[in-house]
Ligand binder design. Structure first.
Ligand SMILES: O=c1ccn([C@@H]2O[C@H](COP(=O)(O)O)[C@@H](O)[C@H]2O)c(=O)[nH]1
Length: 273
């Protein structure tokens, strides 16, 4: 199989740069006229897959919204992953995992080993137990041609407290993480498999950060849409780097009509072109 980076580059070339989040918020279920039950969750999530997955390169289910229904919700998540891949989308499972190494291996097996019912093309991970704690995820991703999106500069306003802090050598913590990604992706063509989450909401006046973001891997940029960032922000912050503009509620509020979801995905794609 081709590496995740190569598959993602091909998917973006074919379908544009929208990452569609499938986040079944209780309020969205209500807006769609569905009950806040496992049946409502399943109808919502699979309708969203039908309307979005054939048209975007990446589907990003947020695990928390499924886990809140316990094992029955996780079963729906398994169906979302399978149906999205069936429709030709890559799946980034947003689980933001990170733990001591031995536990990280179990998480990696759960989400990246193709024999697992939750196996995805990529997942989000947190490096804030130290980048080295991600080694089991990195090794497992390499083994199975999967990818990782490592939290770098997150879209929430609280992130800078940790991510902008400077290390003993005077480097910004987030930039240390981007440096590790640069090493992991060195020599990969057309694109490395190790990406970063960088919010489209980050404050940026100029282009001085582009060198830090240039680690030969994909950027997952949440904060686009409902959190306030626009297509112009994506262009201004990321320039020509390979970026997936990630939006969940911004697309899902177009439902429950399948054709309206499709139209929203295509219009968002065109706005980013
Ligand atoms: O820095 C981050 C990392 C992840 N997220 C996730 O993205 C979506 C955003 O949803 P919207 O409805 O488009 O606001 C959600 O799943 C977050 O957990 C993020 O927002 N910021």
């Amino acid at each position: 199989m081709a590496t995740f980076g190569a598959r993602l580059a091909a998917a973006i070339a074919a379908r544009g740069s929208v990452c569609a989040g499938i986040d079944p918020h209780a309020s969205l279920l209500a807006d769609w006229g569905l009950d806040d039950t496992v049946d409502g969750l399943r109808t919502f999530a699979l309708t969203a897959v039908e309307g979005l997955a054939p048209y975007v390169p990446v589907i990003k289910p947020q695990s928390a919204f499924y886990e809140r229904f316990g094992s029955a919700g996780v079963k729906v998540l398994e169906e979302v992953i399978a149906a999205s891949r069936e429709a030709g989308a890559l799946v980034c499972l947003d689980v933001k995992r990170g733990d001591i190494g031995s536990t990280s291996q179990a998480y990696a097996d759960a989400y990246l080993d193709p024999r697992s019912p939750l196996a995805s093309d990529s997942i989000t991970v947190s490096p804030y137990l130290g980048f080295g704690s991600l080694k089991p995820f990195v090794d497992t991703a390499i083994k199975y041609d999967a990818g990782l999106f490592v939290l770098g500069l997150t879209s929430n306003p609280e992130g800078p407290e940790v991510q902008h802090a400077t290390t003993a050598s005077g480097e910004r913590v987030a930039d240390v993480m981007f440096g590790h990604l640069r090493e992991l992706n060195a020599g990969a063509t057309p694109l490395g498999s190790f990406g970063a989450v960088i919010g489209a909401t980050i404050q940026s006046g100029g282009t001085e950060h582009l060198q830090a973001f240039n680690f030969n891997g994909p950027i997952l940029a949440p904060g686009f849409g409902e959190q306030g960032a626009s297509a112009a922000d994506i262009k201004r912050i990321f320039g020509d780097l390979t970026v997936l503009a990630s939006t969940s509620r911004g697309l899902l509020k177009a439902g429950p009509s399948v054709s309206a979801l499709r139209d929203a995905a295509l219009a968002t794609r065109d706005s980013l072109a």
